[in-house]
Write a new protein. Structure first.
Length: 156
């Protein structure tokens, strides 16, 4: 529980600094759970891009998402719609011109080199990335960074 609270605080702090925050990692590590807890304290819209219904809402992503500029938009399973990164860039830039600089998008997805490359190229200077890894059954993580919940965090 302490680790989850620490992760929640890390994500909330990142949303105070950047327009977009991404949590990436393998399946079943708690990305969605953390995102939904972040959403509890603010106006938010959750879209599961694995769901055909939610993907259909994004048939015209700029039109749909621009209607939620005053909310945190959580995009779960972003790796299923990677072309969304360029749209997010435009929306973030438009929002910045109107004074909406931080806390716009929380992006969740599977860790992959391609996803990191796409997000880094499209959202450079607009996103903070953090990753989550599976825990060992003993409760300790593999590798030397077992004391930190977010195995890495960097600003692009």
């Amino acid at each position: 529980m302490l680790i989850q609270r620490r992760a929640l605080r890390t994500v909330c702090d990142a949303l105070e600094r950047q327009a977009a925050v991404a949590i990436i990692g393998p399946r079943q590590v708690g990305k969605t759970t953390i995102a939904l807890e972040v959403a509890e304290g603010r106006k938010a819209l959750y879209l599961d891009l694995q769901s055909p219904r939610d993907r259909q809402k994004l048939a015209d992503p700029e039109l749909f998402l621009s209607g939620y500029e005053d909310r945190l938009v959580i995009l779960d399973e972003i790796h299923r719609v990677p072309e969304l990164f360029s749209t997010l860039r435009g929306l973030i830039d438009q929002g910045r011109r109107r004074g909406r600089r931080t806390g716009r998008f929380l992006i969740l997805g599977l860790a992959s080199i391609e996803l990191l490359r796409q997000s880094g190229e499209s959202l450079a200077g607009r996103i903070e990335l953090g990753g989550i890894r599976h825990r060992k059954p003993s409760g300790r993580r593999p590798g030397p960074d077992h004391g930190k919940f977010l195995s890495y965090s960097r600003r692009c």
